[in-house]
Design a protein. Structure first.
Length: 379
């Protein structure tokens, strides 16, 4: 853009000073402006070009683990994977889509209850509303060498599109990224994400003490006060109301109902399933842990089934964690994305590995949100 700075003594055109012509000669003034314009254009063509912005590095070069190749499995729309420490299968179709097989190679142990799956999109809800179940909704799939996706289109009952992308990361993790694109208005929108594990695993969560003065590592066990209910560990007092606002009382289209019992607030947005050592007295034995984590702003509550030594006292014959994702209001054209990671690890007596995995996950996902890759584009 040509910009003029006028004064009594001179005129500047793009940084070149022009003196006013004597005798008010318009022709001479126009000639000088043309000459100045030619000089400016010449400098523009001869100036060195600015460097193009470089693409942001891949996740593993930002501190995140590299992705693993996926290969077609035995069943349609299933994909097998293997890393240094784990191997398994991801299924995109069926009621129990998600991670249907997950084996720790060191222990040779399958951690998923074979009847079900982990990272399974279960229910879609809002305040006093049951919307639908991705388990029974029609979906399409997309596949690349290192990720697979399931996509649910918006429907009459659930006016929002959903995309769930699964990626396997070295050496021991599966990542799930869920994006919702709303076409309707929903208060307290929620995706209830379930993961079902072998019944031998015992749940552990980090909880705040009174006044949030310190964090406790707690193992929820059976108690007559909440017997028969699912325990909910909310992020804060505001989100504690969600599970009792009527959404779990709605049974349209055969939706399952259960009493949800909000208790203490979670201190870390992380839950750990622990397989006890065969000989608890032998402290040299490594315990096996399955760690489920998300970001606090993405997940407003963690729920679990309490553990009981006597099978008669158990709520279910499997172990499970659920994450209540999103939780905020949605308006038409709103788009939200949440990230979840499931990792398998050995455990020491200090539970240092889950905390290290959680901190690495937060650092990686915070960096990715602050510096998105330029190569990624929205549909």
């Amino acid at each position: 853009m040509a910009i003029f700075w006028r004064s009594r003594s001179s005129t500047r055109f793009a940084g070149i000073r022009l003196r006013p012509p004597r005798g008010n000669s318009r022709r001479l003034q126009n000639a000088r402006i043309l000459i100045a314009s030619f000089l400016v254009l010449s400098m523009a063509f001869t100036a060195p070009a600015l460097a193009e912005p470089s693409l942001a590095p891949h996740a593993h070069s930002q501190g995140g683990p590299p992705a693993t190749q996926l290969t077609p499995g035995a069943a349609p729309d299933s994909f097998d994977f293997e890393t240094e420490q784990i191997k398994g299968t991801i299924q995109l179709q069926g009621k129990y889509h998600g991670v249907t097989r997950l084996i720790d190679k060191r222990a040779g142990r399958q951690v998923i209850d074979p009847r079900y799956s982990a990272l399974n999109l279960f229910k879609l809800m809002s305040v006093n509303q049951f919307l639908d179940q991705p388990r029974t909704m029609q979906r399409t799939t997309a596949v690349a060498s290192d990720w697979v996706e399931a996509k649910w289109a918006a429907s009459e009952s659930h006016k929002a599109g959903l995309t769930a992308r699964y990626e396997v990361k070295q050496p021991n993790a599966i990542d799930l990224t869920v994006t919702v694109r709303s076409q309707g208005a929903y208060r307290g929108y929620e995706l209830f994400l379930s993961s079902y594990f072998d019944k031998a695993f015992e749940p552990h969560v980090y909880l705040w003490t009174r006044g949030r003065k310190k964090r406790d590592l707690a193992a929820p066990t059976v108690n007559d006060v909440f017997r028969g209910a699912v325990l909910v560990f909310p992020r804060d007092a505001h989100t504690a109301r969600r599970c009792v606002d009527g959404r779990w009382d709605r049974n349209e289209r055969g939706a399952p109902t259960v009493q949800m019992c909000p208790v203490r607030h979670y201190a870390y947005c992380m839950a750990v399933m622990v397989l006890p050592a065969e000989n608890p007295a032998d402290h040299s034995q490594k315990r096996l842990g399955v760690v489920l984590m998300s970001r606090p702003q993405d997940c407003y509550a963690i729920s679990t089934r309490y553990h009981a030594e006597n099978p008669v006292d158990r709520l279910t014959n499997y172990s499970a964690f659920d994450l209540s994702l999103f939780g905020d209001n949605l308006l038409p054209h709103d788009e939200r994305t949440v990230k979840i990671r499931l990792a398998v690890t050995e455990l020491d007596n200090d539970f240092s590995q889950p905390l290290q995995l959680y901190n690495a996950f937060l650092a990686e996902t915070n960096h990715q949100r602050a510096h998105p890759r330029l190569s990624e584009s929205k549909e």
